[in-house]
Design a protein around this ligand. Structure first.
Ligand code: ATP
Ligand code: MG
Length: 399
């Protein structure tokens, strides 16, 4: 079995990394998502490499080849080559010596099968040689891939006990590739260990959560997560209603051919209360930008058609579209979305200087008045400059 010779594999920058690591002599193989997704005919975003070379040797070779390299997780054998086409993660073959559910002590290895065995799912443990493109499959990953079967290598219970984040990863891959079926043993193992999720770093959990909300239809996986008490241990506010809400949102996305978006989906799951949602976003250690994105999508919970331009102006067209998808009534959905087609943010046509020229005294009153005029301009649906000047002059006269 060979990997099809796809475009990502032809990237010059990747060839340079492989050459620096002696790919010609079998020192390095593609692994993980790049191999799995290529075999499924899907686009590949990030590239993971596995290598026999020790991390210091990997660092030195890349530096010598003039490739920027970051020791991202060098204690666990992972370094990142920074190329013009994006990062390439390179991990030395290893086995886990001891694990406590959160972190592992590792020993480096030169045995490909041993490295495959420490990986989570059979479909994630496929290697491909960068020269010959030969695929190496030590745990029947290819047949699981064909069946869309997300199967732990070894006992689910044991593999989850080693690393509790694998619960999140299980549901992530189930959302992305799984058939609408979980096997009972794996589900039980996830439910049993779910309380342990509260002990993991929020960043890691949040990262997996956002990834699992990204595929076209994560509804089944989310419903199973609710059943398995996963949410109760990561975001307790997400309750059993969440599955239905998400299902309705996904249907709307599909009906209007709008690309999935994890922030939109998350907002669908969260309480419809901006303060509570903000607290959760902080708790998940979201970036300021992501916190803002969540808050923006909860600004208007009952949007009507006439609100849409104002929402788009204030929160941006993306947030407005998400608000419509999340909260518009069935009757107004289509026309609300149509308001956003080709949306270009109007430019507020006057400045503080204009107000002063109209007779307003310089000072804090200028910014305040400008806000009042802008609010009136938004409420009137962005009339032209002539009308804005009339609104401005009325505001100036009031002082
Ligand atoms: P994606 O396409 O989302 O990047 P991926 O399978 O490449 O999916 P990564 O998180 O990039 O996922 O991890 C790369 C590979 O490392 C996985 O395919 C898997 O083999 C291994 N891996 C990552 N995290 C774990 C884990 N917690 N336990 C075991 N193996 C893991
Ligand atoms: Mg990856």
């Amino acid at each position: 079995m060979k990997l099809p010779d796809v475009q990502w594999h032809q990237r010059q920058s990747l060839k340079e990394v492989v050459a620096a690591l002696d790919g010609e002599h079998g020192m390095v193989r593609f692994v993980g998502g790049a191999v799995r997704d290529t075999l499924l005919g899907l686009a590949v975003s990030d590239i993971d490499l596995a290598t026999i070379l020790k991390p210091e040797n990997v660092m030195a070779r890349l530096k010598d080849a003039g490739i920027k390299v970051i020791p991202t997780g060098i204690d666990h054998g992972t370094v990142t080559a920074v190329t013009e086409d994006g990062p390439v993660e390179i991990t030395t073959l290893r086995r886990d010596v001891s694990t406590d559910g959160r972190r592992a002590t590792v020993a480096f290895s030169d045995d490909w099968k041993e490295d495959a065995a420490r990986r989570d799912f059979t479909i994630n443990a496929l290697f491909a040689d960068p020269e010959t493109l030969e695929v190496y499959d030590y745990f029947d990953g290819l047949s699981d891939l064909e069946k869309c079967h997300i199967r732990f290598i070894g006992s689910a219970e044991q593999r989850i006990a080693e690393d509790h984040l694998r619960i999140m990863r299980y549901f992530r891959f189930l959302a992305r590739f799984g058939q609408h079926a979980v096997d009972q043993e794996t589900f039980n193992a996830c439910r049993k260990a779910a309380p342990e999720l509260s002990k993991l770093s929020r960043e890691r959990v949040a990262d997996e959560l956002m990834k699992l909300l990204s595929p076209a239809d994560p509804v089944y996986a989310v419903q199973e997560m609710i059943e398995a008490d996963v949410f109760a241990n990561i975001v307790a506010e997400i309750d059993s209603n969440a599955g239905q809400i998400l299902a309705a949102l996904v249907l709307r996305e599909e009906a209007y051919d709008i690309a999935p978006d994890p922030v939109r989906r998350l907002v669908g799951l969260l309480p419809k209360d901006i303060d509570k949602a903000a607290e959760i976003a902080v708790g998940l250690r979201f970036s300021k930008k992501l916190q803002r994105a969540v808050a923006d999508r909860l600004m208007v919970l009952k949007p009507t058609v006439s609100d849409i331009p104002a929402i788009a102006y204030r929160q941006g067209a993306d947030a407005a579209r998400d608000i419509v998808l999340l909260f518009a009534s069935d009757d107004e959905l289509q026309v609300s979305l149509s308001k956003l087609e080709g949306w270009i943010k109007p430019v507020f046509p006057i400045t503080g200087g204009d107000l002063i020229a109209m007779g307003l005294k310089a000072g804090p009153i200028v910014a305040e008045s400008l806000k009042v005029v802008e609010a009136a301009w938004i409420a009137e649906g962005f009339p032209d400059e002539h009308r804005v000047r009339a609104l401005a002059s009325a505001a100036v006269k009031r002082h």
